[in-house]
Design a protein. Structure first.
Length: 182
């Protein structure tokens, strides 16, 4: 059973005007404007600190004259749209990371196979035993080192991207509440 919205963790913003939330250089219409970088960093930073298994709430405290701005009622869809776009961009980055990892693996596995074959051929061809052992081990190590980066990408590098995508999705679903002093 989910907790009531009022008990959901809140990210609290105190603003003099709604425009403080948005990038002043962005000429887009209100519904399509980007958040100001400081505002985005603040919201995302607080969201990271809150438990990941509960819904989020964004509480915007506005001065009384700003609370009557008609755009105040449109903040929920604007913020949701912004964070949905961020989630989609990170999802694209995640797909690209996996694509790069798979391509890298397609290159590195044949190199590993070639190194393993070459290592088995070195022993009978090189009469100096220490040199043969050095070349054999060197080829095997090189083959495995070539696979290091694809393995790193496919096993570990995607985790932060997936966490960021999920965080943006949670923020897109966040309840937005407008409060004024009155």
């Amino acid at each position: 059973m989910s907790a009531p919205a009022a008990s959901a963790p809140a990210i609290e913003l105190r603003l003099r005007a709604i425009g403080q939330l948005f990038n002043t250089l962005d000429p887009s219409p209100f519904h399509e404007r980007d958040l100001d970088q400081d505002a985005e960093d603040f919201i995302v930073g607080w969201a990271r600190e809150l438990p990941a298994d509960v819904p989020l709430r964004i509480v915007v405290h506005l001065q009384e004259d700003a609370a009557t701005d008609p755009r105040a009622g449109e903040l929920r869809p604007v913020l949701a749209g912004f964070f949905e776009q961020r989630a989609a961009a990170v999802a694209r980055d995640l797909r690209e990371t996996f694509r790069f990892g798979r391509r890298s693996l397609m290159v590195s596995l044949p190199i590993l196979a070639a190194c393993m074959v070459a290592a088995t051929l070195v022993d009978p061809l090189v009469e100096a035993r220490p040199l043969a052992r050095f070349l054999e081990e060197g080829l095997l190590i090189f083959g495995w080192v070539v696979n290091w980066r694809p393995a790193e990408i496919l096993l570990f590098e995607w985790w932060p991207l997936a966490r960021r995508r999920d965080l943006y999705r949670r923020l897109a679903q966040a309840e937005v509440e407008i409060r004024s002093p009155s």
